[in-house]
Design a protein around this ligand. Structure first.
Ligand SMILES: Cc1cc2nc3c(=O)[nH]c(=O)nc-3n(C[C@H](O)[C@H](O)[C@H](O)COP(=O)(O)O)c2cc1C
Length: 309
């Protein structure tokens, strides 16, 4: 089974990806959070840090683009290729209201004719591999029939499906019936994404789709970074891995962030997900969330790790 790390804006930054790669079962691919093409410049400082090869050494990284404009896609694709990449991912899944209002992300799915023309342009002039990460529609899962017909026309490097519609955001459960449409048309280059949080979720999914070759994991990993090891029945990671992982992220954010507040903001977001994995740690979690000083943060985090087996 191939495992991919999902793009999670603000969380799976290069800092996170490198620490994960060092301490846990390395992912077969890492997807960057979405990048929106700029009109007036190539990349901003944050994006350049995210994409620079030295920040991604030894990892297979796929930059993700969010746009509905073929020219912008091509221009930014060229700039990304110049940085040393040969594969890109197109975001057709983002459910955020502001993105959808601009007909981007999963908002683009409501305009299949335009989407078809856009894909025709980007694939006919492609200078690198392009994969797609998609939801199954904007409001109605039945939209997926048409979308799948469109995707089939193009040489997608991979089709990654998160089987929810935009209107679901992250509510309800992934629609496996619709996912099956794609699965039955071919398992090659197909990747499933959605709500695999435990070994039980994984086993249930694999018994429904036994020929699955690739799974992308998002929230499951940020809650439990040892999840892939758990899924593979090979849970070797120990507390030391988690401490090393935390410390590497914390050290790097201290090195690159301006001011304690920004470091704490990042680390609180990190604990927001990770903290849900540990029972009986609500009091310490509350302290971590409230702290405004790095010194106190370190005391609480040590206390947190001391409580873990
Ligand atoms: C905080 C957050 C940020 C996300 N950012 C992105 C993003 O930048 N690009 C993208 O394609 N999906 C993004 N997603 C969606 C995830 O990549 C993934 O498709 C979704 O979480 C479902 O997978 P999961 O159930 O394994 O988490 C984001 C999701 C969350 C919760």
């Amino acid at each position: 089974m191939k495992f991919y790390l999902a793009p999670l804006e603000g969380i799976t930054t290069y800092v996170y990806r490198n620490a994960y790669h060092k301490y846990f079962r390395p992912m077969d691919k890492y997807f960057t959070p979405f990048i929106v093409p700029h009109i007036d410049k190539k990349f901003n400082t944050r994006e350049l840090k995210e994409l620079s090869k030295e920040h991604n050494a030894g990892l297979y990284v796929v930059p993700q683009l969010l746009t509905n404009n073929a020219e912008d896609f091509q221009k930014t694709a060229r700039d990304i290729i110049d940085l040393g990449y040969d594969e890109l991912n197109l975001n057709l899944g983002c459910p955020s209201g502001t993105v959808v209002a601009k007909k981007k992300g999963s908002g683009f799915l409501a305009y299949p004719d335009e989407l078809d023309r856009f894909l025709d342009e980007i694939y006919s002039k492609a200078e690198c591999k392009i994969s797609i990460k998609t939801r199954i529609g904007k409001t109605d899962p039945e939209e997926f029939h048409r979308l799948l017909e469109i995707y089939k026309k193009y040489p997608l490097e991979e089709l990654i499906i998160h089987p929810r519609v935009q209107a679901d955001y992250y509510k309800n459960t992934p629609n496996w019936e619709m996912y099956r449409l794609a699965y039955e048309q071919g398992k090659e280059n197909l990747c499933y994404n959605g709500d695999i949080f435990t070994k039980e979720d994984y086993d249930r999914f694999i018994s429904a789709f036994p020929e699955t070759e690739c799974i992308m994991l998002g929230r499951g990993i940020i809650r439990n970074p040892a999840l892939v090891e758990v899924l593979e029945g090979n849970n070797k990671s120990k507390k030391e891995a988690l401490v090393g992982f935390h410390d590497m992220i914390y050290d790097e954010y201290q090195r690159i962030s301006s001011g304690d507040r920004n470091v704490l903001f990042k680390m609180k977001e990190f604990w927001c997900y990770l903290g849900t994995s540990f029972e009986g740690t609500e009091k310490i979690m509350k302290k971590i969330k409230k702290t405004e000083k790095l010194r106190d943060y370190e005391v609480y985090v040590k206390a947190m790790f001391d409580t873990l087996e």
